[in-house]
Ligand binder design. Structure first.
Ligand code: C2E
Ligand code: MG
Ligand code: MG
Length: 704
């Protein structure tokens, strides 16, 4: 304490020796106060100024209770001080909450000593250590503890603090389910006691792996409980400083389940539960790798249900679905364990036979697959017979990759269908040539309309009795720069399969009606025009309005347009075809059945669909003069058409003798090379078919 100038300071000069004061004066981190018997301040160091806010000047001479004692403790402080002076009861050192000049609390650890000075008076010295930082730190710690507790409570995870050898130091779990009965007292035990021997080994192995990374890592493991397995994720964090490990375990059974579900949906067909296309092809790729390594073969069977579409359309999708499920089950039972049956989509299945050395196993499997379909299916009390066609491609000879093998098996399957269904066919290189050609056609057909590669030709139709041209059939021609001229018998099926027949078909209708308009104007005469329609075109909703609008635009009466369809269209019995045909008939367009005699030749269809024209296929006309059966059929057909009030057209008339015979049998119209091959519209307009025909007819009459 430095020498002061006022009285208060003077009095303190008497109380304690200066060297001690010098010591207190020099430490401002500790507050030292001195009080006389009346508790008036006789000493107040810098530390006190800092801690309590009163300057030395302000404090000197003031009473203890007036400065730093909160009101509520004043009395007890006065009493305690008095008791010490009077009876020698020391005031013990303790933590106290005192008061700052500004009114706020001051936390201190306060120690007290009582001196008797040279004058025999007592002086109490208080040494106060500021506890503010300590209190603050304590509050922080307790807050953190609370927070941690609430976090532990809120999170369903299990927390373990273990030594690096696995001994549990501490653990926390808000839900005890996972720990089961073993959880009662884990501290001091090894964490692996939670698990069965095998699980423990696995867990330990994972832990060691995780710890070797020395930071954090995670792993998943399965935990077996009486009610079934649970899945856990363990996150491990190595705390190097203490050589301890924090293990946090989370029950991820639910995520596991939904991940499993998603995985299942991604790899399995939802209807039949068979591996889907993706998984089946993945397995195929894997087995190709194995086959390569083991110098073995793998067979890919492409299986398609025969006429499934028909069943689906006529009996409904529900029945169709049931049939697919039952088929899948039968297929699964027909193959060896380890072979894969997958669903590619629709009614197409794939069977993989791996690890084979010859055809024997393949043939046996095919037989049992086809056998699986021999007994009828029972669907809601209804018995149904269903067959399948199978195409086979074998690795490595028929393809090296999964997609090549699948494509080739598919090609072979089409061959099996061609061979009458309910059978199998092995892929051959020749099929590949056909397939290659098909793919080329498909590629070239793209943009062929835009490149104006299509042209409509016309073949005249002649009324047999009068010998006059009454119309023509529109026949499409395709000339492609790369492929040359392609036959419609070849490109029409491709156009149908790709759906390109829809725009191409519209092109034919447009061209044919446009031509008819010009032709009629030039010849000043009415003609009919026949246009072929493919089944696929009926699926196009816009077909009817397209035709109707074109008729109006080209000023053609509906009855002058004849639409030729084959029986195949009607086989499926699809509702949309019936609807489209009804609309077509309603506005007066004529309907012709093409290629009669080649298909089912069902009279039922003739009546059901209200045909106007029946075209006898040229294969019968060709034999009419040489083959009794053909003659009989043509004769019967013409007679029947009469009774049904149908007009009969003979296709493919090539000779005079054929024409003669058709005339005798009462055939109405003839068409064929004898009168003229299909020619361009321009040629037909200039060609003067009528003259050409009359000439021939004249000579025909002369011959008689
Ligand atoms: P189709 O409708 O039965 O047409 C008759 C086919 O017989 C035509 O073949 C025609 O050239 C041929 N032909 C006509 N007279 C004779 C003959 O005296 N002898 C012989 N040997 N053949 C004769 P083309 O033009 O090759 O057409 C084949 C098939 O392609 C057509 O058979 C038809 O089904 C289809 N087609 C042609 N154009 C179209 C079209 O625009 N749309 C659709 N959907 N199909 C078409
Ligand atoms: Mg035709
Ligand atoms: Mg025909």
């Amino acid at each position: 304490m430095t020498a002061g100038k006022n009285d208060k300071q003077v009095s303190h000069q008497f109380v304690l020796n200066d060297s001690l004061h010098q010591l207190f004066d020099s430490v401002d981190a500790i507050s030292v106060q001195g009080y006389d018997e009346q508790r008036k301040v006789i000493y107040w160091n810098k530390g006190s100024e800092r801690l309590y806010g009163y300057s030395q000047e302000e404090a000197m001479g003031e009473k203890l209770e007036a400065l730093i004692i909160p009101d509520e403790f004043c009395e007890s402080v006065i009493n305690a001080h008095r008791a010490w002076i009077d009876s020698g009861f020391e005031i013990p050192a303790s933590e106290l909450t005192l008061r700052h000049k500004a009114g706020h609390d001051v936390f201190v650890f306060s120690s007290h000593v009582m001196f008797v000075n040279q004058y025999g008076t007592r002086q109490m010295y208080c040494i106060d250590i500021d506890l503010k930082d300590l209190r603050h730190a304590q509050a922080q710690v307790s807050f953190k503890e609370h927070m941690l507790e609430s976090v532990f409570d809120a999170i369903p995870d299990l927390f373990f603090l273990v030594k690096s050898n696995g001994t549990v130091i501490d653990y926390y779990s808000s839900q005890e389910g996972h720990l089961s009965s073993k959880s009662s007292d884990l501290i001091g035990k090894n964490i692996t006691t939670l698990y069965t021997k095998a699980e423990a080994k696995d867990f330990q192995h994972q832990m060691v792996g995780a710890l070797s990374q020395k930071s954090h890592s995670r792993f998943e493991y399965e935990y077996h409980l009486s009610g079934g397995s649970k899945f856990f994720e363990a996150r491990v964090r190595y705390i190097e400083k203490y050589d301890q490990v924090m293990v946090i375990m989370r029950d991820i059974s639910e995520q596991h389940q939904s991940a499993e579900l998603i995985r299942h949906q991604a790899y399995y067909d939802s209807l039949t539960s068979l591996p889907n296309r993706f998984l089946a092809l993945d397995r195929l790729s894997q087995s190709l790798v194995e086959s390569e390594r083991n110098k073995e073969k793998t067979a890919v069977l492409f299986l398609d249900l025969d006429d499934f579409k028909k069943i689906n359309d006529s009996l409904g999708h529900e029945v169709g679905d049931k049939l697919l499920i039952q088929s899948a089950n039968r297929l699964n039972q027909a193959v060896r364990i380890g072979d894969t049956v997958g669903r590619l989509g629709g009614d197409e299945f794939i069977v993989l036979i791996k690890g084979i050395n010859g055809q024997q196993v393949v043939l046996k499997t095919i037989e049992s697959l086809l056998q699986a379909f021999r007994s009828p299916f029972n669907l809601d009390g209804r018995e149904l017979i269903l067959t399948a066609s199978i195409g086979v491609a074998v690795y490595p000879e028929d393809g090296k990759t999964a997609s090549d093998l699948l494509r080739n098996a598919d090609t072979a399957m089409y061959r099996a269908k061609d061979r009458g269904r309910n059978t199998h066919s092995f892929f051959t290189k020749e099929m590949n040539v056909i397939m290659q050609r098909r793919l080329e056609l498909e590629a070239q057909m793209h943009g062929a309309l835009e490149r104006q590669e299509f042209e409509v030709y016309y073949q005249p139709q002649i009324e047999v009795k009068s010998g006059s041209v009454i119309g023509a059939e529109a026949l499409l021609r395709w000339h492609n720069e790369t492929l040359g001229s392609i036959n419609p018998d070849e490109f029409i099926p491709v156009a149908e399969q790709t759906g390109m027949i829809v725009p191409i078909g519209e092109f034919v209708i447009d061209q044919a009606l446009r031509f008819l308009n010009k032709w009629q104007k030039k010849q000043k005469q009415k003609y009919n025009i026949a246009v072929n329609l493919s089944p696929r075109q009926f699926r196009d909703e816009g077909l009817f309005s397209f035709i109707r609008d074109k008729l109006v635009a080209m000023e053609v009466m509906p009855c002058q347009l004849e639409l030729e369809i084959t029986e195949g269209i009607l086989l499926g019995g699809q509702g949309y075809i019936q609807k489209a045909l009804n609309k077509i008939k309603q506005i007066g367009i004529r309907l012709a059945m093409d290629d009669f005699g080649t298909g089912y030749s069902s009279l039922g269809y003739l009546r059901q669909f209200d045909f106007d024209v029946l075209k006898i296929d040229r294969s019968f006309i060709q034999g009419i003069t040489t083959n009794q059966a053909d003659y009989d059929l043509v004769k019967a057909t013409i007679a029947m058409s009469r009774s049904l009030d149908l007009s009969v057209v003979a296709e493919g008339v090539e000779t005079l003798a054929q024409l003669q015979m058709l005339d005798e049998l009462g055939c109405d119209v003839a068409q064929g090379f004898y009168f003229g091959k299909p020619i361009s519209g321009k040629d037909l307009m200039d060609f003067g078919v009528k003259d050409f025909f009359l000439q021939s007819h004249r000579s025909f009459q002369k011959d008689e």
